[in-house]
Design a binder for this molecule. Structure first.
Ligand SMILES: [Zn+2]
Length: 253
C-alpha cells in the first residue's frame, strides 16, 4: 500500500497526512499506429506519475497521485474508429471539480502530468487560478521533460520509436510485433508557417498519417525505453519535490 497513491490508500492511514501536492495524470484513448494499444498514453502517464511520485515521496515530499483521467482532446481524429474525444470544455468542468475538492481539503497545489499532445490545460488553469486564488496550479508534458534525441534515432510525436520503446519496457504483452507496425510517415503542411509552428491549425489526422502513427517505430526496443523512462521519472520526480517544497507566496527570485 503506497500512501502517495490515493487509489491504494485508506482513510485510516491518510487522514492524518497533510499532502502538499496533488498529481493528476491525464492521458487519452486513441489509436496508436497498428501495434500499440488505445490506452498507450494512459499506461505511460500513470506509470510515470506514480514512479516519479515515489522518488519525490522518498525525499520527504508529501505528494499524492490522484486517479488519472483516460480521455483526451481528440477533435482531429473523429474518423479514427473508437478514438474517444473529450472536449476541452468538458475537461475544464472536470478540472474545476477536482480543484474545488483539493481547495476544500487544504491541498493547495496541483500538478497535471499530461501525456497527450491534444490536451492543453494552460488556459483552464489561468481561469481556475482566478477562481481559486489560494491554489498553485501547474501542468507539465512529460514527453517534453528531457531531450529524447539522445535515446532514439527516429523522431516523431505519436506511436513513434520513443512511445513504442516505453511500451516495450512497461507493457510488452500489449505491443504487437513491430513487423506489423506502419512506418508512421506523415505529411507536412503546404503553408510553411504551420510547419514552423509559430502559426497553428489543427492537424486532420487521417490526412496527415495513413496508419495513425507519426514517427517510425521500427527501431524501438525495451532497453532504450527503460533508459529514457528512468531519466523522465527522475526529472518529473524533481519537479514534484520542488513544487511540494515551494512557498507559493514567494515563487520568484
Ligand atoms: Zn501517445
Amino acid at each position: 500500500m503506497r500512501q502517495y497513491i490515493l487509489a491504494e490508500a485508506n482513510w485510516k492511514t491518510i487522514r492524518d497526512i497533510k499532502y502538499d501536492l496533488a498529481i493528476l495524470p491525464w492521458g487519452a484513448t486513441e489509436a496508436h499506429n497498428y501495434h500499440l494499444p488505445y490506452s498507450t498514453d494512459n499506461i505511460e502517464t500513470v506509470n510515470i506519475s506514480e514512479d516519479a511520485a515515489a522518488i519525490a515521496w522518498s525525499r520527504g515530499a508529501k505528494v499524492v497521485v490522484l486517479p488519472g483521467i483516460s480521455y483526451g482532446v481528440n477533435t482531429g481524429q473523429p474518423d479514427v474508429y473508437m478514438t474517444m474525444n473529450m472536449n476541452p470544455s468538458t475537461q475544464f468542468v472536470i478540472l474545476n471539480d477536482i480543484i474545488e475538492n483539493l481547495n476544500r481539503y487544504g491541498v493547495q497545489k496541483l500538478l497535471i502530468v499530461n501525456g497527450h499532445g491534444g490536451n492543453d490545460f494552460k488556459q483552464s488553469l489561468r481561469e481556475l487560478g482566478l477562481k481559486y486564488p489560494k491554489m498553485l496550479l501547474a501542468t507539465c508534458n512529460w514527453y517534453q521533460s528531457i531531450d529524447k534525441s539522445k535515446f532514439f534515432g527516429q523522431g516523431g510525436d505519436h506511436a513513434d520509436e520513443m512511445e513504442t520503446s516505453i511500451m516495450l519496457h512497461l507493457a510488452p504483452e500489449l505491443v504487437l510485433p513491430l513487423s506489423i507496425a506502419g512506418e508512421g510517415k506523415s505529411k507536412k503542411f503546404k503553408v510553411e508557417a504551420l510547419n514552423k509552428k509559430w502559426a497553428w491549425t489543427e492537424r486532420k489526422w487521417t490526412k496527415v498519417s495513413q496508419d495513425t502513427g507519426i514517427g517510425d517505430p521500427r527501431g524501438a526496443d525495451a532497453k532504450k525505453g527503460e533508459a529514457y523512462y528512468e531519466e523522465v521519472i527522475e526529472t518529473i520526480g524533481d519537479l514534484m519535490a520542488d513544487l511540494a517544497a515551494a512557498d507559493k507566496d514567494n515563487m520568484y527570485d
